[in-house]
Design a protein around this ligand. Structure first.
Ligand code: PBG
Length: 323
C-alpha cells in the first residue's frame, strides 16, 4: 500500500518547525568584520551599512564586550588608513593602530579568535590589493610583501591571517614564512574563490579606496564555477586551514561545491553590498529586515558554509537567541 506522505505533519506548529529545522544560526559560527583606524575616540558607521563600523584603538576595546556577550567568537580586523602610497607601505607599519589593536585584543579578550585581513588595498593610493606598476599587478613581489604583513600580524597576536588579495601562490608562501618564524599555530583563512564582484561598494567606501581600473586580473570572473575548484585544490595543497567563498548569497553553488569537494572548513563572506541591499530594501518597506537577514544567512549555511563572515553577526546572534 502506498500511503500518502503529508509533509505538513512536521510543520504543524512552531515547536515542530524548530525540532525539524535542518540548519540553525549559531553565534560561534559567525565572524564579525571590524575596521580599525588611527586616532582616539573614533567610532563611525558606514552610511549605507550601520553595522559596518570603524573604531580607533580605544573604542574598539570598549565595543568588544558586547560582541563577546552575544557569543560571537571571531572577529576579522581590517586597517583603515589615510596614509596611502603606491606600495602600500603603511601595511608594514609595526606601530599602526591595527597592529596595536591586534595585541590589545589578544591580551584582553582571550575568548575571541582574531583573524586579520592580508592585502594592500587599505594602504595603496591606486586601490589595488597588490603592487601595481605600469597598469600591471606584480604578483610575486606582492606575495613577498604579504608574507611580511602576515608575519607582522602573527607576531602582534593574530590567531588567523586571511589573505584576500588573490595573488597566485600566496597561501603557500605565507605558510612557509610563518613556519620559518615558528608561527606554526597561526592558521590561514584563504579567500580561495573571491570574485570580481560589484557588491564591494560600501566596504571600499569605508576604506576610502577607489580602484584604478578594476581587479579582474586577479579576482575571479563571476561566470566561472569550475575554476573555483582549481583555486580550492591549489589552496588545499598550499596548506590553507580554512577556505572562503566571497561574496556569499549569489555564490551558493560555489559554497556547495566546496562543501562537497573538501574536508577542511568552508567559510563564506556575506559582503558589504549584500548586507546594504537588505538594509535598503527593508527601509523601503519591501520586506522585514530581521527576517530577511536571517533567511539569507540560513541559506548560506544551508548551502554548506561552516562559518559566515557578516556585518550582521551581532544582529543574527541576537535574533537567533530569540528563536
Ligand atoms: C580587498 C577586500 C575587499 C573586501 C574584503 N577584502 C574588497 C575588494 O576586493 O575590493 C570586500 C568585503 C566587503 O565588501 O564587505 N582586499
Amino acid at each position: 500500500m502506498n500511503l500518502p506522505h503529508r509533509p505538513r505533519r512536521l510543520r504543524q506548529n512552531s515547536v515542530f518547525c524548530r525540532v525539524f529545522s535542518e540548519n540553525q544560526i549559531l553565534p560561534q559560527k559567525l565572524i564579525l568584520p571590524l575596521f580599525v583606524t588611527e586616532g582616539k575616540d573614533v567610532e563611525v558607521s558606514n552610511p549605507h551599512l550601520p553595522s559596518c563600523k570603524t573604531f580607533s584603538r580605544d573604542r574598539l576595546l570598549k565595543f568588544l564586550p558586547e560582541v563577546v556577550e552575544h557569543g560571537i567568537s571571531s572577529i576579522l580586523l581590517f586597517g583603515v588608513s589615510k596614509k596611502k602610497d603606491a606600495r602600500g607601505t603603511e601595511a608594514l607599519n609595526k606601530n599602526s593602530a591595527l597592529i596595536q589593536s591586534i595585541s590589545d585584543v589578544r591580551e584582553k579578550f582571550p575568548q575571541l579568535l582574531i583573524a586579520t585581513d592580508i592585502a594592500l588595498d587599505p594602504y595603496t593610493d591606486h586601490g589595488h590589493d597588490g603592487l601595481f606598476e605600469n597598469n600591471t599587478i606584480l604578483n610575486d613581489e606582492t606575495v613577498e610583501v604579504l608574507c611580511e604583513m602576515a608575519l607582522l600580524h602573527a607576531k602582534a597576536g593574530a590567531h588567523i591571517v586571511a589573505p584576500s588579495d588573490m595573488m597566485d601562490g600566496r597561501v603557500g608562501a605565507i605558510r612557509a614564512c610563518l613556519d620559518e618564524s615558528s608561527f606554526q599555530n597561526t592558521a590561514i583563512l584563504s579567500y580561495t574563490a573571491k570574485y570580481a564582484s560589484a557588491f564591494y561598494g560600501p566596504f571600499r567606501e569605508t576604506l576610502s579606496a577607489s580602484v584604478q581600473g578594476d581587479k579582474k586580473t586577479y579576482q575571479m570572473n563571476p561566470a566561472n564555477r569550475r575554476e573555483a575548484l582549481k583555486e580550492l585544490e591549489l589552496d588545499f595543497h598550499e596548506a590553507a586551514d580554512i577556505v572562503m567563498v566571497k561574496p556569499a548569497s549569489h555564490y551558493l553553488d560555489i559554497i556547495s561545491d566546496f562543501r562537497d569537494s573538501t574536508h577542511i572548513p568552508v567559510a563564506a563572506y556575506h559582503v558589504s553590498g549584500e548586507c546594504a541591499l537588505l538594509e535598503l530594501g527593508a527601509k523601503q518597506g519591501l520586506f522585514d529586515r530581521d527576517r530577511a537577514l536571517m533567511e539569507v544567512l540560513t541559506s548560506i549555511f544551508r548551502a554548506g558554509a561552516d562559518l559566515i563572515a557578516t556585518y550582521f553577526a551581532l544582529e543574527a546572534a541576537r535574533l537567533s537567541s530569540k528563536n
